[in-house]
Design a binder for this molecule. Structure first.
Ligand code: GLN
Length: 486
């Protein structure tokens, strides 16, 4: 089997036994990347030279008998809204097309310290605003399972790269579903940690009260390994939680005996794809067969989630994106006076969706509308949190679909932003409540498109997610299926 097909944990074992070198592995992954990239367009920047240097350093460490982490020598990809010192970080925006950060995000610093190899920066919807990766200012990423379809978004580049074996694992970010949705649509595992579990320092801010960084991987074990490397308190992010990080791999073999699984009835809605519903219901039945108890639960405020999210996320975005003024960094379009310079810079630098969000966000925050929109949405946020708290009194974990539909065709939802927003209906409540959730493969449509199962846990319940996901994965074949890319 070609080296690029393996998982992080398999490769780690082989690297430790000296069967392979990080240099050979990195060469193999780079050549795979180059073989598929003109069809997938997962990357905005490929850092081949840096990868080779880091691989050589990893090999030297292995030769000294030094093994710093399971990620040592492993080629990884990073979503291009996460700052990498000396490596262009564009957010898939013209505004930051030539921006080279002078510092690393904390997660990147941790990956470097772990001895990981950076193969490149992956495509996304501009500033992570979108559900299909079509909002990238540079290129639309294709779904490896069907090149005419989107990979989901906004971490579509990371998901497609993992699904196509153009990296071994990747990092994405999730504000309203951007890790889980593309994971589901490309048949990989995606984990959105509890708000505060992973430092946001160096993640370009979209909606700061919702954003979290997390892994996209080929299996559940790898998700545990990546989370382990990036989780933990960071004094440079005041919202990162001073909560100890458990050994996540310990959770993997525990099984589901004795756990109660809640199935929220509001997550099976009219209009959802029947094949998605059937696959998710079958996954619940499978978990029941493995020993979990299943329970019907209710999250009554679910129908308000999309509206609430698109008020709060846009309000925060309009404020966060005010910093792109042509003065400090990024694009600058000269003009006779400073106000005109701002206007021209922002008109040229931002794409249509980003402008739409800034306008909507500014509107809901403006005097006269603030009470009716922003404040109301904040109140609703409390109700979402309570819905989950109520449900978790009766169960340990919730099982739901990730997306109401499998990967849609390129262009299909671009004309109607609301249709695009509705793809997030089952992922958004998790961000509003700050909870951890995982997406993992649970089947395929008759046309061969992947379907995702979402598991949701109480705050800092990542171990429970990994425990249930690992048990399900061990009993099912879906994660082993490969897209038919030559
Ligand atoms: N699709 C959602 C949005 O467009 C979520 C994006 C994300 O999680 N970054 O806002």
């Amino acid at each position: 089997m070609e080296l690029w097909r393996y998982t992080v944990h398999e490769l780690h074992a082989r690297l430790c036994r000296g069967e392979i070198t990080a240099t050979a592995l990195t060469e193999a992954v780079l050549s795979r990347l180059h073989a598929v990239e003109d069809r997938i367009h997962a990357y905005l920047t490929v850092t081949a030279e840096l990868a080779q240097e880091q691989a050589a350093a990893a090999d030297a460490a292995f030769a000294r008998g030094e093994v710093r982490s399971p990620l040592q020598g492993i080629p990884l990809a990073i979503k291009d809204n996460i700052c990498t010192r000396g490596v262009r970080t564009t957010c898939a925006s013209r505004m930051l097309e030539h921006f080279v950060p002078p510092y690393d995000a904390t997660v990147v610093e941790r990956l470097r310290a772990a001895g990981a190899v950076l193969v490149g920066k992956t495509n996304l919807d501009e500033f992570a605003m979108g559900s299909s990766t079509e909002n990238s200012a540079f290129v639309a990423t294709r779904n490896p399972w069907d090149l005419e379809r989107v990979p989901g978004g906004s971490s579509g580049g990371s998901a497609a790269a993992v699904a196509a074996d153009a990296c071994i694992a990747a990092l994405g970010s999730d504000t309203g579903g951007s890790i889980r949705l593309p994971a589901a649509m490309t048949g990989v595992v995606g984990l959105k940690p509890t708000y505060g579990r992973v430092s946001r320092y160096g993640l370009v801010a979209f909606a700061s009260s919702l954003d979290q960084i997390g892994p996209l991987t080929k299996d559940v074990h790898d998700a545990a390994l990546l989370l382990q490397a990036i989780a933990g308190h960071d004094p440079r992010d005041a919202t990162s939680a001073p909560v100890p990080v458990p050994d996540y791999t310990q959770a993997l073999g525990r099984g589901v005996q004795g756990l109660t699984l809640g199935v929220p009835r509001e997550y099976f809605v009219a209009g959802m794809d029947p094949e998605v519903e059937a696959a998710v219901r079958a996954a619940v039945a499978q978990l029941e067969q493995l020993g979990a108890k299943c329970l019907d639960v209710s999250l009554p405020h679910t129908p308000y989630a999309v509206a609430t999210y698109y008020i709060l996320a846009n309000a925060e975005a309009s404020s966060n994106l005010a910093r792109y003024d042509g003065v400090r960094y990024g694009l600058r379009v000269e003009a006779p006076d400073v106000v005109e310079m701002y206007r021209r810079t922002r008109a040229a630098g931002f794409g249509a969706e980003v402008k739409r969000r800034i306008m909507l966000g500014t509107y809901v925050l403006s005097a006269g509308y603030y009470e009716a929109y922003y404040r109301k949405a904040q109140q609703l946020r409390t109700l979402f949190r309570r819905d989950f708290q109520e449900a978790f009194r009766r169960c340990d974990v919730l099982a739901t679909p990730v997306s109401p539909v499998p990967a849609f065709r390129l262009g299909e939802r671009l004309a109607d932003p609301l249709q695009m927003y509705l793809a997030d209906i089952f992922t958004i409540p998790v961000n509003l409540a700050g909870l951890p959730a995982i997406s993992l493969p649970c089947g395929f449509t008759a046309q061969g498109l992947p379907i995702g199962l979402q598991l949701i846990a109480p705050p800092f319940g990542e171990e429970t997610l990994l425990q249930v996901a690992a048990a399900y994965e061990a009993a099912t074949p879906f994660h082993r299926r490969q897209p038919a890319l030559a």
